[in-house]
Ligand binder design. Structure first.
Ligand code: C5P
Length: 219
């Protein structure tokens, strides 16, 4: 069975404000370099979707394709560029990726067809009213029991995910992750315990956390 890691890294990093996010460095290594290095030992090939006009840095062990306008379009481009049987989709923006999670997601994807790293939600979730006011909505919320926060990596049999992407494209359906495209068609997705360190570097606060964690992680 051939396994490919697909890394969407074509985002602009607007919320971070430091240029294309995948190229932002934490303790001397880019988010993309960290993600690719964590995946490489577990897979047969690593493919990265980059913003148009940008090249892969020399220290990233991967093959590059040009990404799209959305994460979904970038993953679609990656899927079309590999013939692997199983694909592992992982955000460049989640640089701290434990090997045990990679192995567990690959195993679950081979067994079920689709799997994602995820963590049970610890916080109470509320939907804000207009202006950020929780208002009267507070009492009507879904209890957090049974709610999971979805991370990456997500693993799939490639033919399954490709079909889900083509169907979403035809229907004009947009999702923020790939497992959501499988679930939409009624397909099963196995939840695999993720890791708190797999947080996505999105805001300046996340970058501060990443900078604090990196020396411990690298040691
Ligand atoms: O924007 P967000 O943080 O959700 O992006 C998640 C991942 O998807 C990032 O690694 C980002 O580089 C990637 N992405 C992409 N192509 C886009 C937008 C985001 O590959 N057009």
């Amino acid at each position: 069975v051939r396994v490919a890691a697909l890394i969407p890294a074509a985002g602009s990093g607007t919320r971070l404000g430091l240029g294309p996010k995948a190229f932002v460095e934490v303790a001397g290594r880019s988010l993309l370099g960290r993600s690719a290095a964590a995946l490489a030992p577990h897979v047969d090939e690593v493919l990265v979707a980059l913003p148009a006009g940008l090249d892969l840095p020399e220290d990233v062990p991967a093959r590059a394709v040009t990404g799209g306008d959305t994460r979904q379009a970038s993953v679609r481009a990656l899927l079309r560029a590999t013939r692997a049987d199983v694909v592992l989709v992982h955000d460049a923006a989640r640089p701290f990726l434990p090997g045990a999670v990679v192995g567990a997601v690959i195993a679950a994807a081979r067994e079920v067809g689709a799997a994602t790293a995820a963590l049970p939600v610890a916080d109470t979730l509320v939907r804000a009213g207009p202006g950020g006011d929780c208002g009267t909505l507070w009492g009507t919320l879904t209890p957090r029991e049974g709610l999971w926060a979805v991370q990456t990596p997500q693993g799939f049999r490639r033919d399954l995910l490709l079909a889900a992407h083509e169907a979403a494209l035809t229907d004009g359906f947009a999702a923020t992750d790939d497992a959501g495209l499988i679930a939409r068609t009624g397909g099963a997705v196995r939840l695999v315990p993720g890791d708190a360190r797999l947080f996505k570097v999105t805001t300046p606060g996340d970058l501060a956390l990443a900078q604090a964690l990196a020396p411990v992680w690298d040691a």
